[in-house]
Design a protein around this ligand. Structure first.
Ligand SMILES: *[C@@H]1O[C@H](CO)[C@@H](O)[C@H](O)[C@H]1NC(C)=O
Ligand SMILES: *[C@@H]1O[C@H](CO)[C@@H](O)[C@H](O)[C@H]1NC(C)=O
Ligand SMILES: *[C@@H]1O[C@H](CO)[C@@H](O)[C@H](O)[C@H]1NC(C)=O
Ligand SMILES: *[C@@H]1O[C@H](CO)[C@@H](O)[C@H](O)[C@H]1NC(C)=O
Ligand SMILES: *[C@@H]1O[C@H](CO)[C@@H](O)[C@H](O)[C@H]1NC(C)=O
Length: 637
């Protein structure tokens, strides 16, 4: 590992006025970025007040320490900003003197004076509070409002419906052959459980079975995404920030941290399913423009209820779910933002507003919805193969240019740089995340690749394509995985070796990185669909992936809730070591799935079934091929 560090340090082009590395002695001269005083003893005291603040170090005169702090912080891709400090202070103990001078004083003034004096004594630096003071609730009262009651009523209703539906299915359904009441059967847990553990792709159309590997691809990608998000507490509350910063100089570490491109997998799969299913559909009936509103509405109805319930719980009961010095900054902020902007999530436009921390992971669901609408419009209006080829080619070229233009004109980073400071602000203050990463139109390329892939697979299957001739390219196929591992951290190569790469290079990279990753996924899917080899395919097509893949949407919308809550309920800083990281990431994945399974059974499956009953009451009479198709249309989120 240290070899990498050494190589990096040698290659880096040093620029003037930036400190790249400090030894521990020097590092410890700087005030620690994070510090939390003991929480429990403080709030257990009668009238105990515990506050968390962010403060800014300043110095009026020349200060050697301040210069070092500023220069060290300038390397902002790897280092924290050491002039921004987070403190958890027991006001009634540490700042007792400042309180007693002024009994009815404003906590802001008390803390400002208190901390300023502390820093002056220790470091000869002054400090200013830079955010509002967040304190433990003094009266600790739980004020329940109408929203809370409404959400509680909805949750109880869903639970009751499930109980009634299951009892009905179990005891009162007289004839096991009969289908029973359609509405009640939607809520039968037994019935839904059977669907959850059903063998993958049991649809009658054998062609669809060739896409079985999507289950593996989807589950593995979701698990990677959850693991990456669960690193949050290590960056927000490390007890040794130097250790974290050193890790950023290790290229191995970047493979794990820079997972931003993984999401492109979902876009490719999503586009592929849309165009493939639409072509199967076209065999049975005509495609015309009326499918556009119908398709959008169906998709909205399928995705929204389970999403809306998580959103509703986030805006209401979540705020009572925990406490601690970090609770307000990790969870309270999200609750507040959801109350303000949550409605945008429900119409899938939340990725076009910034500075909202309301379920930030759902930028993907919004982008996917926007791209789905785009794809649906293109495929229903351009029905001939030639027209589709032309439109998709033009769109692909456009989709390469759009992100590049954004990067060039707005002077953004090449890819999303997951720096410590970025995570510290929960991504919202990052301009690249704002303008390029999470938008729908900047992720168009992979979706277009997916749409083309769906057309290609359909076409090749129709012409009974034989892969025999291509078997010799197995090695190329096996190279896709290593290629992915190189591509993932490639965005960080930019700042790893060099200080500030030329803007046009960054623009080109931002245009091509996502489509290249998308193309690798495309190759993997294509090889899998036509059985070019059995190793990757065997892994991805394992039957065991089927049920985790079904709950992947639930897992995706739920997991950040746990990551934030686990961070927010911490009262101490966390030790940074590989073992802790593994424990934490795997633990978060397990907790997420432990909740996602019941959530799917009790909420997602019933609401999806119910929406189908509402949309087409005669669904049972429809052709079987179509119902098999529906099953596979599930969104890969
Ligand atoms: C750290 O660096 C300083 C200045 O470069 C030097 O004086 C000191 O001896 C170093 N300490 C260690 C432990 O290497
Ligand atoms: C660090 O944070 C301070 C206070 O918010 C800010 O003034 C300064 O510009 C930041 N430094 C860097 C390198 O971003
Ligand atoms: C007491 O607080 C007020 C404002 O709340 C402030 O103007 C005044 O200077 C404070 N007095 C002392 C002694 O700190
Ligand atoms: C901070 O402390 C310094 C030194 O005691 C003092 O000069 C300055 O006025 C203080 N600033 C604030 C905002 O309290
Ligand atoms: C994007 O992020 C930046 C962070 O510097 C913020 O100032 C800005 O308001 C955000 N939104 C837009 C549209 O730029």
């Amino acid at each position: 590992m240290n070899i990498f560090l050494l190589i990096t340090l040698l290659i880096i082009q040093r620029s003037h006025g930036v400190i790249y590395e400090l030894n521990d002695t020097e590092y410890d001269k700087m005030p620690p970025v994070y510090h939390l005083e003991p929480y429990a003893p403080c709030v257990h005291e009668p009238g105990g007040v515990y506050c968390t603040v962010e403060l800014k170090l300043v110095s009026d005169g020349p200060s050697e320490l301040m210069t070092m702090i500023e220069e060290y912080s300038l390397r902002k891709e790897m280092h924290l900003n050491h002039s921004r400090l987070n403190r958890g202070v027991c006001v009634t103990r540490t700042c007792k003197d400042y309180l007693s001078q002024n009994t009815s004083a404003d906590l802001h003034l008390v803390l400002e004076g208190c901390l300023n004096d502390t820093f002056w004594k220790q470091y000869k630096l002054k400090s200013k509070l830079s955010t509002e003071v967040l304190c433990n609730d003094l009266d600790n009262k739980v004020d329940i409002d109408y929203g809370d009651i409404a959400v509680a009523v909805i949750c109880l209703t869903v639970l009751m419906l499930n109980i009634v539906g299951s009892l009905y299915d179990f005891w009162f359904l007289p004839n096991k052959e009969s289908k029973g009441n359609k509405f009640l059967m939607c809520f039968s847990i037994r019935h839904n459980w059977k669907r959850l553990v059903a063998r993958p792709a049991d649809g009658p159309d054998p062609r669809l079975r060739r896409l079985k590997g999507f289950n593996g691809l989807r589950t593995i990608s979701i698990i990677i995404v959850i693991m990456e998000h669960s690193l949050l507490p290590f960056l927000i509350t490390p007890n040794d920030s130097h250790e974290i910063e050193r890790k950023y100089y290790n290229i191995i570490y970047h493979i794990f941290v820079d997972g931003a491109l993984v999401v492109q997998t979902f876009f490719v799969m999503s586009g592929c399913l849309l165009s493939y299913n639409l072509q199967l559909h076209a065999e049975k009936r005509d495609i015309n423009w009326t499918m556009i509103p119908k398709g959008i509405f169906q998709r909205w109805l399928r995705l929204t209820p389970s999403y809306a319930l998580v959103l509703a719980i986030t805006t209401t009961w979540l705020r009572f779910a925990g406490s601690g010095p970090l609770w307000q900054s990790a969870v309270g902020v999200e609750v507040k933002d959801c109350r303000r902007d949550g409605w945008l999530n429900l119409i899938y436009l939340n990725n076009y507003i910034d500075e909202s921390q309301c379920m930030p992971q759902t930028w993907y669901i919004a982008s996917d919805m926007q791209l789905y609408v785009t794809g649906l419009i293109i495929l229903t209006l351009a029905t001939s193969v030639t027209a589709r080829k032309i439109v998709l080619s033009v769109l692909f070229v456009v989709s390469l240019i759009i992100p590049a233009c954004h990067t060039y004109i707005q002077n953004l980073d090449a890819g999303l740089i997951i720096s410590p400071e970025l995570v510290r602000d929960y991504f919202v203050k990052d301009r690249t995340f704002n303008h390029s990463y999470k938008r729908g139109h900047t992720n168009l390329a992979s979706y277009v690749l997916g749409l083309s892939l769906g057309m290609l697979i359909y076409y090749l299957q129709k012409n009974e394509f034989s892969v025999q001739k291509y078997k010799k390219f197995k090695l190329v196929y096996w190279a896709t995985l290593p290629a992915m591992l190189i591509l993932l951290p490639s965005g960080s190569f930019f700042y790893f070796f060099q200080n500030s790469p030329a803007l046009y290079l960054k623009a080109i990279y931002s245009g091509v990185a996502r489509p290249i990753f998308g193309s690798i996924i495309l190759l993997i899917i294509l090889g899998m669909a036509f059985k070019i080899e059995n190793f990757y395919r065997g892994i991805l097509e394992w039957n065991g992936w089927a049920s985790p893949a079904r709950v992947s949407y639930a897992a995706y919308i739920l997991h950040v809730l746990f990551v934030r809550s686990l961070t927010g309920t911490r009262t101490t800083l966390i030790h940074v070591s590989l073992a802790h990281v593994i424990l934490f990431t795997l633990g978060t994945v397990i907790i997420t799935y432990l909740v996602a399974y019941p959530y799917w059974l009790l909420v997602e499956a019933p609401t999806v079934a119910l929406s189908k009953v509402i949309i087409s009451p005669r669904a049972k009479e429809k052709s079987k091929a179509e119902s098999g198709l529906r099953k596979n249309e599930r969104i890969p989120a």
